[in-house]
Design a protein around this ligand. Structure first.
Ligand SMILES: [Fe+2]
Length: 329
């Protein structure tokens, strides 16, 4: 049976927490109380929460600060936040929006309105989760003919999010990148298995065939506005900064930033991952090849700014690789 929705209620006054509990319980919601930001973060770390109801004025950590923390944490940012404020000022609302809150209600709130907003927001959150889930399912489906690359697609998403943050990209950019970079190789579903699994280097003809996974990928993803990111990444993740990449030989900033980021992340992980046709490198070995190049890879392939971010973040790449590698059988 599906568990009931769990709502974290954050307010420094017991009276308000009791009121929310009395209102929400009869409607089948489970509530978790917290009296300040710190307590709220402890609850979020211990249990899955579906929605946060947040009072703005609290001691220890106010509602805006807590909301910002939630929205900048990759594990929590998907949880919708409704801010309840007694100060019905425009400034307060603006601050809340900046912090990433989805909805606002002013105190004293209308109970029927609160219930409706909660129901609506939970419904859209479910659609959003299903959308993210399907992106991943599609990415996984495309791996069917390929050698087992473990959690490669998920790791690439996490590395890419790290780089995006380092480059001061918005939370929205970072989240889109994390989610849709998993689709970078989706076009491989069209590439014959004997090419994907071939031990040893590909012939020129096989390489030409392999290169098509970029255009196939963009074609599969299509041109839905919500998947533009994924489509550009699939098409351009083998383009190179110096213009020697494929399929279109784009150069420098002609290559979308999201693809420039995925390119270096994909390379690092491919070097780490054991492949039948080449040795797998340890962390230092992989970083060394990306920075200094070898017989088939040159540092000029990468955007210098993305490269600088990669060098700075390299220890965190190693952490993520270790954390997300498949357990050895
Ligand atoms: Fe690829």
């Amino acid at each position: 049976m599906k568990r009931s929705h769990r709502i974290l209620c954050v307010d420094d006054e017991d009276f308000n927490l009791d009121l929310l509990e009395a209102l929400l319980h009869p409607h089948g919601y489970e509530t978790m109380p917290a009296q300040n930001g710190r307590e709220a973060l402890a609850v979020l770390a211990s249990k899955p929460v579906d929605l946060v109801l947040l009072d703005v004025n609290m001691p220890v950590m106010n509602g805006h600060e807590l909301c910002r923390k939630i929205k900048s944490d990759p594990q929590l940012s998907h949880i919708p936040v409704i801010m309840i404020t007694s100060l019905d000022s425009k400034e307060n609302k603006m601050k809340g929006m900046e912090a990433g809150a989805e909805e606002f209600l002013s105190k004293p709130f209308d109970q029927a309105e609160l219930l409706l907003r909660i129901a609506n927001i939970l419904r859209s959150a479910e659609y959003e989760n299903a959308f993210e889930y399907l992106i991943l399912a599609l990415a996984r489906a495309a791996e069917a003919n390929d050698i087992d690359t473990g959690n490669h697609i998920l790791r690439v998403g996490e590395y890419a999010a790290l780089v995006a943050r380092e480059l001061n990209q918005s939370e929205k950019f970072t989240e889109l990148l994390r989610s849709q970079s998993t689709l970078h190789d989706v076009g491989k579903v069209h590439i014959p298995s004997h090419i994907l699994k071939k031990p040893g280097r590909l012939t020129d003809e096989e390489m030409e065939e392999m290169k098509k996974h970029t255009t196939f990928g963009a074609k599969i993803i299509g041109n839905h506005p919500r998947l533009e990111f994924g489509s550009r990444i699939a098409l351009c993740h083998h383009e190179r900064w110096d213009g020697t990449g494929y399929p279109n030989g784009l150069k420098g900033t002609e290559i979308p930033l999201e693809a420039r980021i995925v390119s270096i992340c994909d390379c690092y992980d491919a070097l780490r991952n054991s492949r039948v046709y080449k040795p797998n490198y340890n962390h230092d070995g992989a970083v060394d090849i990306i920075i200094k190049g070898d017989d088939r890879l040159k540092p000029e392939y990468f955007d210098p700014e993305v490269m600088a971010a990669f060098i700075k973040l390299a220890p965190r790449f190693e952490e993520l690789y270790q954390k997300m590698r498949e357990p050895e059988n």
